[in-house]
Write a protein that binds this ligand. Structure first.
Ligand code: ASP
Ligand code: MG
Length: 494
């Protein structure tokens, strides 16, 4: 049995949703299909809530647009007949409920967490009913009855054991095609509607795949898979054919938005492979994520980055050899919900640099200045310093482990290109080297590293010759053609 998940863009237009139908109906094995809300609908539902709670009557027109979008979709893809009538009754009832809830929010000007979660649940409830009728022979399941959450440290998180047993029971007798709304869940105790967080449909699919020991989890999206770098920045970036679970985790925790990060763990511990596929290019190979990668010996698999990062330097002479400074730094930041994604401390211990988002920098400084107020007053420590407008880049790959020279190659490349490294960190797991550069140099940084780690000699030669070729010379042109042919023969892409 396979689990297939289709994201918002896959079910977002007439053309793509018809592709979904084709892909699902062509499956030979039994499948459980998980769908997101129609692309953009979740954002829109949230926006309408904001309008309604602030007393802006334009929430009504926005709501009508959402309703109309679903009705128009049904008109375009479901042929007239009894099934369509029944579907329209279900959809209209859901839309009426949603309208009443918005009206209530508008009248009372109150939007509790419970109400917000109820409102966003309509996106997946609507889309899943539509797809269940569109796909021949599909039976609809209500994921609110088997995906359960509970409050842990103030947040709704998956109630894993309960969910696993409920999923097993719900699908003990299953049809060839089961259709499930992603993202939505209910609180294990109160039964109130909750969800798995933005992007959570991937996670729904992964939870079901793990509970039922699926043969594969397929995530159908709008890109060909994980890329070696952001293709919007790097024109020569290409799809990575295989990744280990660890590598995928490193990449999607840090910039690559291909899958929702919590998705990886449930299938990883069950050793179920994840296949990333493109609904808009179903023949593409996609990316496989699994335990052991044999074929690919490249030391690094991908580069990811986040812009808008700040480095905060905690420094002072009293820090040397004092036990507990780091505990205080991280507790203080955690207590204020500030996430730290890079830490670098030199062995002299008189300064620790912490990478946070630009948006958190001022608060992080204030929090740390308060935490160390006494030490700062006596002069044993300095006031916090934040440097903003930076970018953090990570190179990721498990083959880096015990391979000497990767850091050398990385920093050599950066140095030759005149790019200054402001801070860097590599954990002992050796699957990721992260470093911070001036944000203005991000594009250049990504380009030079990508060229250095991912382009073959042939590709570099080709690019070089193309450059020279524009100056002229038939010999050069011939060489360029020759190297292009060599690349083709070896299956290398530009
Ligand atoms: N519709 C939800 C969102 O946009 C869940 C998902 O798409 O995975 O966040
Ligand atoms: Mg989505």
């Amino acid at each position: 049995m396979k689990v297939l998940k289709f994201g918002g863009t896959s079910v977002g237009s007439v053309e793509s949703i018809l592709n979904v139908k084709k892909i699902v109906e062509a499956q030979e094995e039994p499948v459980i299909v998980v769908v997101s809300a129609l692309g953009g609908v979740t954002d829109k539902l949230i926006k309408i809530s904001q309008l309604a709670v602030s007393g802006d009557p334009s929430y009504q027109t926005e709501y009508e647009e959402v309703a109309e979008r679903h009705r128009a979709m049904i008109d375009a893809i479901i042929p007239a007949g009894k099934e369509k009538e029944t579907l329209l009754t279900v959809i209209n009832a859901l839309l009426e409920e949603l309208k009443s809830i918005y009206h209530g929010v508008y009248l009372i000007r109150d939007l509790s967490q419970k109400t917000s979660s109820t409102i966003v649940s309509y996106g997946e409830r609507l889309s899943s009913h539509i797809v269940a009728v569109l796909v021949n022979g599909a039976r609809w399941y209500d994921s609110r009855t088997f995906i359960k959450t509970e409050i842990k440290s103030g947040r709704q998180l998956l109630a894993t054991e309960l969910t696993t047993s409920l999923v097993k029971a719900a699908f003990s007798d299953r049809p060839q095609i089961a259709l499930v709304p992603g993202f939505i869940s209910t609180d294990a105790e109160s039964g109130e509607i909750t969800n798995l967080g933005r992007g959570g449909s991937d996670y729904t699919a992964s939870i079901i795949a793990a509970a039922l020991d699926a043969s594969v989890l397929e995530i159908w999206t709008d890109v060909d898979g994980f890329m070696t770098a952001d293709p919007k920045v790097i024109s020569t970036a290409y799809t990575i054919s295989e990744l280990s679970y660890v590598e995928a985790m490193e990449l999607c925790n840090f910039g690559a938005k291909v899958v929702y990060p919590p998705t990886i763990y449930p299938v990883c511990i069950k050793n179920i492979p994840i296949l990333i596929k493109n609904t808009f290019n179903p023949d593409g190979k996609g990316t496989v994520i699994k335990q052991n990668i044999e074929g690919d010996k490249k030391p690094i698999k991908g580069i990811s980055s986040i812009n808008g990062t700040s480095l905060i330097t905690v420094s002072g002479l009293s820090m040397v050899g004092v036990i507990g400074v780091n505990r205080r730094i991280f507790s203080a930041l955690a207590d204020h919900g500030i996430s730290v994604f890079l830490v670098s401390q030199a062995s002299s211990e008189n300064s620790t640099s912490i990478g946070v988002r630009d948006a958190d920098a001022a608060e992080a400084c204030a929090v740390l200045n308060a935490e160390f107020a006494k030490e700062i007053e006596t002069g044993a420590m300095f006031e916090m310093q934040a440097e903003s407008g930076l970018a953090t880049v990570a190179i990721v790959g498990e083959n880096m482990k015990h391979t000497p020279g990767i850091a050398g190659k990385l920093f050599g490349t950066l140095g030759r290109s005149g790019i200054n490294v402001i801070a860097c960190a590599q954990g002992a797991s050796e699957t990721n080297i992260s470093f911070v550069v001036d944000g203005n140099y991000l594009r250049k940084t990504l380009n030079v590293i990508h060229d250095s780690f991912f382009l073959s000699e042939y590709q570099v030669l080709y690019l070089f010759l193309c450059g020279v070729g524009t100056v002229g010379g038939s010999l050069i042109d011939q060489l360029a053609q020759q190297s292009e042919k060599l690349m083709k023969d070896r299956g290398l892409k530009l």
